[in-house]
Design a protein around this ligand. Structure first.
Ligand code: AOF
Ligand code: ZN
Length: 366
C-alpha cells in the first residue's frame, strides 16, 4: 500500500500511460494528474499522435481550479511547437503552483527546456518521481527519438532444448494458452510485427492481434530476400493490416509488381543475397515505425542478434524436450568459439506463466 505522497499521484498518471501503449504511434505514452487541496481535479492521457497532450486534457478538466494546483506528469512537459502547442507554456498560463515530473523528455527538441521554462516562470519543478518506471514505459520512444531506429523486441517460444518446431516442422503448440495470449497483448503494444519468409512458408500465419477484446493490428513486416514466399499466403491476401515486404535487388521484378498491385509495400534493402537488416531498420524507422516485435524464425532472430540489433528479448520456455537433429532452433547463426564471447542478457526478469511456462526477459548486453 502506497502512502499519500508524490508517488501516490504519479502512480495514477503512470497507469493511464501504461494502458494507452500501442496507440500513440511514434509519440510517447504520457499520463497527467492535477491535484489541489488533497483531491484529484483533472486527469488525462495522450491518446493519439496529433491530438492534445496529457497535460492539456487534465488541465481542461480542472478548468480555472488549476491555478495553485500540483500537476503530476510522467514525462517532462514539452517546450516546442510540434503538431500541438507547448505544454510547459500552458502550465504557466494556468498558473499552477508545482509540477512533478517522472523523467526528462529525451526528444532533442525538449531535453530539459520544458522544466527550465517552468522554473523561469516561478513554478516549482520536481523531477525523478518513479523515474525508472517511466523510462521503461517509453523505451520504444526513447530509442526512436534519439536514433531514428525502431526498438526491436525479439520474442520466441521454444522447448527447453531450444527448438521452435519438431523435426517434422510441427509447432502447434509449444507454449501454453496464457503465454500465447500474452503474445497478442505484445502485438497490440508494438507498431509492427516482423517474421522471416520461412515462417510464412511454414506456418502461413495471419500475424494479427486476437484477444478477448478488440486489439490494435500492427503493421506486418516480412523479410524475404528472394521473394520466395508463396503468393497465396494469408498475409499477402487478407488485407487485415498494412504489410511491408523487405527484400533485395535479387528479387524478381514481376513478383514485386504482383505485391505492389495488392498494396503491399516492398522495400529493397541492399544488393543481396540477404536482406541488409541494418538498412531495413533504418528504412522502417524513416517510415515512422518506432517499435517492432520480431516473431522469428530462428534465422531472422539469429541474424538480428548477431548484428547487435536486438533491444529486448522475451523467451517463453515450455517444459518439453522435442529433440531432432534437423529441428529448427530459436536462434540460428554462426556463433562464436568461446563461451565468454556469447551474448549475455542483463536486467533479467523471470516469471511463471499459466502454471508451467517460464517467461525470461532481458536486454542483450552490447
Ligand atoms: C508532453 N505531453 O502528452 C506528450 C509529449 O507532435 P506533437 O505536438 O504531438 O509532439 C510530440 C512530442 O511531444 C514528442 O516527441 C515528445 O517529445 C512530446 N510528447 N509531451 O508534454 C504529452 N505526448
Ligand atoms: Zn506537450
Amino acid at each position: 500500500m502506497i502512502g499519500l505522497n508524490d508517488e501516490y499521484y504519479m502512480e495514477l498518471a503512470i497507469q493511464m500511460a501504461e494502458r494507452t501503449q500501442g496507440q500513440t504511434g511514434v509519440n510517447p505514452v504520457v499520463g497527467a494528474v492535477v491535484v489541489k487541496d488533497g483531491a484529484v481535479i483533472g486527469m488525462g492521457a495522450h491518446l493519439q499522435r496529433g491530438t492534445p497532450h496529457a497535460e492539456v486534457h487534465a488541465l481542461n478538466m480542472a478548468g480555472s481550479a488549476a491555478a495553485g494546483s500540483t500537476v503530476y506528469v510522467t514525462l517532462e512537459p514539452c517546450s516546442h511547437h510540434g503538431l500541438t502547442p507547448p505544454c510547459a507554456e500552458r502550465l504557466v498560463h494556468e498558473q499552477v503552483a508545482r509540477v512533478v515530473v517522472a523523467c526528462e523528455d529525451p526528444n532533442p527538441q525538449v531535453a530539459g527546456r520544458g522544466i527550465k521554462l517552468l522554473e523561469e516562470a516561478g513554478i516549482t519543478a520536481k523531477v525523478g518521481v518513479l523515474k525508472e518506471r517511466a523510462l521503461k514505459l517509453n523505451r520504444f520512444f526513447n530509442k526512436f527519438i534519439t536514433t531514428g531506429m525502431p526498438y526491436v523486441t525479439v520474442k520466441t517460444a521454444c522447448t527447453l532444448d531450444g527448438k521452435i518446431a519438431s523435426r517434422s516442422g510441427d509447432s502447434k503448440w509449444i507454449s501454453n494458452e496464457a503465454a500465447r495470449a500474452l503474445v497478442h497483448t505484445m502485438r497490440h503494444r508494438h507498431q509492427a510485427i516482423m517474421v522471416g519468409a520461412g515462417t510464412v512458408a511454414a506456418d502461413d500465419p495471419q500475424l494479427t492481434t486476437r484477444l478477448e477484446v478488440p486489439g490494435i493490428q500492427p503493421i506486418r513486416i516480412i523479410a524475404d530476400s528472394k521473394l520466395s514466399m508463396p503468393l497465396e499466403s494469408h498475409v499477402l491476401n487478407d488485407g487485415l493490416a498494412h504489410t511491408i515486404v523487405l527484400t533485395t535487388e535479387e528479387a524478381d521484378q514481376a513478383r514485386i509488381k504482383v505485391l505492389q498491385d495488392r498494396e503491399i509495400e516492398v522495400l529493397i534493402c541492399g544488393a543481396g543475397p540477404r536482406v541488409d537488416l541494418n538498412l531495413a531498420l533504418k528504412q522502417l524507422g524513416a517510415r515512422g515505425i518506432s517499435s517492432i516485435l520480431v516473431e522469428g524464425g530462428g534465422r531472422l532472430n539469429g541474424s538480428l542478434l548477431e548484428l547487435g540489433l536486438v533491444d529486448e528479448m522475451i523467451l517463453f520456455l515450455a517444459p518439453k524436450l522435442i529433440g531432432g537433429f534437423q529441428a529448427p532452433g530459436a536462434f540460428t547463426f554462426a556463433g562464436w568459439d568461446r563461451m565468454e564471447d556469447g551474448i549475455r542478457l542483463k536486467d533479467l526478469e523471470v516469471e511463471m506463466i499459466g502454471g508451467d511456462n517460464i517467461c525470461v526477459r532481458g536486454i542483450p548486453e552490447r
